[in-house]
Design a protein around this ligand. Structure first.
Ligand SMILES: CCCCCCCC/C=C\CCCCCCCCCCCC(=O)SCCNC(=O)CCNC(=O)[C@H](O)C(C)(C)COP(=O)(O)OP(=O)(O)OC[C@H]1O[C@@H](n2cnc3c(N)ncnc32)[C@H](O)[C@@H]1OP(=O)(O)O
Ligand SMILES: Cc1cc2nc3c(=O)[nH]c(=O)nc-3n(C[C@H](O)[C@H](O)[C@H](O)COP(=O)(O)OP(=O)(O)OC[C@H]3O[C@@H](n4cnc5c(N)ncnc54)[C@H](O)[C@@H]3O)c2cc1C
Length: 596
C-alpha cells in the first residue's frame, strides 16, 4: 500500500513541476491519483510554505530549489506526544553552542518526541522542527529549524535520530505520519530559519519581527487553505449523495404508485440541499478569506502588522467552523445513502475520515474558537473605550445602545439577525467575565468559567461572517448572470440563511424580536424552497464538474450505474478470488465437527 501510494504520489508530483504548487488544477486533480492522502502532502503543504515564510532570502536561495526540485523531501514537525495545542509548552530543545556555531537538538523525555508529522515515518529526509531555542542560558521560545534526518543516498536515519511511523489511524493511513526523537543531534547555526529571529555566531539572540507570532505564519496559511479544501471535499460528497438519491428508488408512499426516487422525499432534500448551499458558501468565503490573507501579507511586507490579529481570529473561526460543518455534513451525506453509503467503494467513508481529521489538525476546533473569542472580547472592550472596530466587527456598534433588533425575514434581515446574535452573545460573555471578577475571581479564572459561552459566541460571529459574505458575494457574482442562473443561486444562498435561522431560533428569540409566528413562516418558506430546488438538484451537483476518476465512487458516477459498479467492486474483493476460503478447512469445518 505504502509503495503504491508513493508511486502514485510521484506521478502527481510531476504535475506540480508543470503547473506550479498552488495551481487550482493541481490541487483539484491530485486526488485523482489516489483515494487517500499523499505522503508528499506535507512537503508541498507546509515544508515549502514554511521555507518561503520563515527563511531569509539567502536561506530561501539555498533550500527552495532543493525542495521544489524534490532533491530533498520535507515535512513539518511541531506537535509532540505531550503537546499539540500549547506550542509554548513544546519540550524539544535547540541549545546554541558558540564554540562550534551549532545548535544541539534534544528530546528530553518520551513526551518530547515529535509525533504526527505527515511523511515523517518513512518518506521525508528533512523536516522543519519547532524547538525551544536556548542561547547563553536564556530560552527564547519555540523557533523553526530545518533539520536533515535521513541520509539522502541511503535514506537511513542519521546518527542521533530516532524516526518511525506512528501506526494505523481512523484515516490518513497513507500520509505516513511519524515520530522523531533527537539524541544530542547537532545542526549548523544557519539551519535556524532566520526571517523573524536570528542568532549571531557568538550566540546573541536578535529579534527581527515586530510581532511575536510570525513564527506561526504557516499555520495561518494552512488554515486559510483548509476552508477552500473543505468546500471541495463537501462538494464531492454531496455530488455522490445527490446522484445516488436520484438513482435510488425506495418505498411506496402512495398505493399503486411506483417507488419514488429517494431524492423526492422532503427529508432527503433537507439532508442534502444544505450541503450544496454550504459548499457554495464555503467556497465563496474561502476566496474572500484568501483575499483578506494576501492583503495582510502585503501590509506585513510594509512592516504593518496591525491587521494580523483580525486575520488570526478570522482564519481560526473559519477553519474551525468549515471543518466542523463539513465533517457533519459529509456524515449526513453518508446517512442519506443508507447501507451503500457505508461501503468503502462509495468514497464517503474516505471523504469523512479526511474531513474529520481537519477538525483537529492545524488547530483543534475548541482551541481556535477560543482564539477568536479572545479577539472578540478585546474588540468589545475597545468599543467600550470608544476605539474603532475592525471591519468584520462593525456590527457590534448596533449593540451599543442595547436595543433589540427588529426581526425581518428578508435575506438582508436574516443576516442582520445573525449579527445581533453574535453581538448579543459576545456582550453576554463580557458580562459573565465581569460578574465573575466582581465576585472575586481573577481574570484567568473568570475567562475559564466563561469558555463554554465564548466558544458559542465565536461560532455565532463566524456564522454571521459566512452569512454576510455568502449573500454579498452571491449578489455580486450573479449580477451578470442570466435570470435563470441568478434565481437558482439566490435560492441556494436563501436556503442557507433559512436553514441556519431555524437552527438558531433560540438565539434569535433572545436577541431579536423574532416571534413564534415568524418561526412558522420561516419553516414554511424553507420547505417550499426545498421543493423549488429539487428540479435543479442533479444539475447543481453536476455543475461541480467532478470527473468519475476524481469522485472514485460506485454511488456517484455520472452514468448512474450504481448497482453494476457495486457488484463490480465487490467481485474485486480478495476474498472472492476463491469460492471457499481456506479458513473453512482450517477452522470452521473442524469446529462444525467438534474437533476444535
Ligand atoms: C503530491 C501531493 C501534493 C498535493 C497538492 C499540494 C498543494 C499544496 C498547497 C496548499 C495545500 C494547503 C493545505 C495543506 C494541508 C497540510 C495538512 C496539514 C496537516 C496538519 C499539520 C499540523 O497539524 S501542524 C501543527 C498545527 N498545530 C496547531 O495549530 C497548534 C494550535 N495552537 C496554537 O495555534 C497556539 O498554541 C494557540 C494560539 C492556540 C495558543 O497558544 P498560546 O497560549 O501561546 O497563545 P495565546 O492564546 O496566549 O495568544 C498569544 C497571542 O498570540 C496571538 N496568536 C496566537 N496564534 C497566532 C497566530 N497563528 N497568528 C497570529 N497571532 C497569533 C494571540 O491572538 C494572542 O495575541 P494577544 O494580542 O495576546 O491576544
Ligand atoms: C491527521 C493528523 C495529521 C496531523 N499532522 C500533523 C503534522 O503534519 N505536523 C504537526 O506538527 N502536527 C500534526 N498533527 C497534530 C495536530 O496539529 C494536533 O493533534 C492538534 O494541534 C491538536 O493538538 P493535540 O493533539 O495535542 O490535542 P490537545 O490540544 O491535547 O486537545 C485535547 C483536548 O483538549 C482540549 N484543549 C486543549 N487546549 C485547550 C484549551 N486551552 N482550552 C480548552 N480546551 C483545550 C481540546 O479542545 C481537546 O478537546 C496532525 C494531527 C492529525 C489528527
Amino acid at each position: 500500500m505504502y509503495g503504491q501510494i508513493v508511486r502514485d504520489g510521484l506521478v502527481n508530483v510531476t504535475g506540480i513541476e508543470d503547473l506550479g504548487l498552488t495551481s487550482p488544477v493541481l490541487q483539484r486533480t491530485s486526488d485523482a491519483f489516489f483515494k487517500e492522502i499523499s505522503p508528499f502532502l506535507l512537503h508541498f503543504g507546509m515544508f515549502v510554505p514554511t521555507i518561503i515564510g520563515q527563511c531569509t532570502p539567502e536561506q530561501q536561495a539555498k533550500w527552495l530549489p532543493l525542495a521544489m526540485d524534490l532533491k530533498i523531501i520535507g515535512t513539518y514537525a511541531q506537535t509532540e506526544l505531550g503537546h499539540g495545542t500549547f506550542i509554548r509548552g513544546l519540550e524539544t530543545t535547540a541549545t546554541y553552542d558558540a564554540s562550534t556555531e551549532q545548535f544541539i537538538l534534544k528530546t528530553p523525555k518520551l513526551s518530547s518526541y515529535k509525533w504526527w508529522a505527515g511523511g515523517l515515518g518513512k518518506t521525508a529526509n528533512h523536516c522543519i522542527v519547532l524547538a525551544q531555542l536556548y542561547t547563553k542560558g536564556v530560552c527564547h521560545g519555540p523557533h523553526p529549524f530545518i533539520v536533515q534526518i535521513r541520509d539522502t543516498e541511503t535514506h537511513m536515519p542519521l546518527p542521533g535520530i530516532k524516526v518511525g511511523e506512528i501506526g494505523p489511524k481512523l484515516g490518513f493511513n497513507t500520509a505516513d505520519n511519524g515520530f522523531l526523537g533527537f539524541e544530542d543531534f547537532r545542526i549548523p547555526r544557519e539551519n535556524l530559519m532566520m526571517k523573524n529571529a536570528q542568532v549571531t555566531k557568538d550566540g546573541t539572540y536578535v529579534k527581527v519581527a515586530r510581532h511575536g507570532k510570525l513564527t506561526y505564519g504557516t499555520m495561518v496559511f494552512v488554515r486559510v487553505m483548509l476552508v477552500s479544501d473543505m468546500a471541495y471535499c463537501l462538494a464531492k460528497a454531496v455530488t455522490i449523495a445527490v446522484r445516488y438519491s436520484a438513482v435510488r428508488r425506495q418505498s411506496q408512499p402512495k398505493p399503486d404508485q411506483p417507488e419514488p426516487q429517494v431524492l423526492d422525499y422532503l427529508t432527503q432534500q433537507h439532508k442534502l440541499f444544505i450541503c450544496i448551499s454550504t459548499a457554495h458558501a464555503m467556497k465563496l468565503t474561502s476566496t474572500w478569506l484568501w483575499n483578506t490573507f494576501t492583503g495582510v501579507l502585503a501590509d506585513m511586507r510594509d512592516g504593518n502588522t496591525d491587521t494580523l490579529p483580525e486575520l488570526h481570529a478570522l482564519s481560526s473561526c473559519l477553519k474551525a467552523i468549515s471543518t466542523s460543518d463539513t465533517s457533519a455534513l459529509i456524515e449526513q451525506c453518508r446517512f442519506a445513502c443508507g447501507g451503500h453509503g457505508y461501503m468503502y467503494s462509495s468514497n464517503l467513508p474516505a471523504l469523512y475520515s479526511f474531513a474529520t481529521a481537519t477538525r483537529t489538525y492545524e488547530g483543534d476546533y475548541t482551541v481556535l474558537l477560543l482564539q477568536t473569542a479572545r479577539f472578540l472580547v478585546k474588540s468589545w472592550e475597545q468599543m467600550d473605550e470608544g476605539k474603532p472596530l475592525t471591519p468584520t466587527l462593525a456590527y457590534l456598534e448596533q449593540s451599543r445602545n442595547g436595543s433589540q433588533v427588529s426581526w425581518d425575514d428578508s435575506p438582508e434581515g436574516i443576516v442582520r439577525g445573525f449579527d445581533a446574535v453574535a453581538a448579543g452573545r459576545i456582550g453576554a460573555c463580557v458580562k459573565s467575565i465581569r460578574k465573575h471578577i466582581n465576585n472575586g475571581m481573577d481574570y484567568e479564572d473568570a475567562w475559564q468559567m466563561t469558555t463554554v459561552q465564548l466558544v458559542g459566541a465565536a461560532e455565532a460571529h463566524c456564522r454571521a461572517v459566512i452569512c454576510r459574505v455568502y449573500r454579498d458575494e452571491t449578489a455580486r457574482l450573479t449580477a451578470g448572470c442570466s435570470p435563470g442562473v441568478k434565481a437558482v443561486l439566490d435560492q441556494l444562498s436563501t436556503l442557507y440563511l433559512l436553514y441556519w435561522a431555524l437552527e438558531r431560533t433560540g438565539d434569535l428569540l433572545r436577541f431579536s424580536s423574532l416571534s413564534e409566528r415568524d418561526i412558522e413562516n420561516l419553516q414554511a418558506r424553507y420547505e417550499a424552497l426545498l421543493l423549488k430546488i429539487r428540479p435543479n438538484a442533479v444539475g447543481l451537483v453536476d455543475a461541480f464538474d467532478f470527473r468519475d476518476e476524481v469522485l472514485m465512487s460506485t454511488l456517484g458516477s455520472y452514468d448512474g450505474r450504481v448497482y453494476e459498479r457495486l457488484m463490480e467492486e465487490a467481485l474485486k474483493t480478495p476474498l472472492n478470488r476463491e469460492p471457499v476460503s481456506d479458513s473453512f478447512h482450517k477452522y470452521i469445518k473442524p469446529m462444525m465437527q467438534g474437533k476444535l
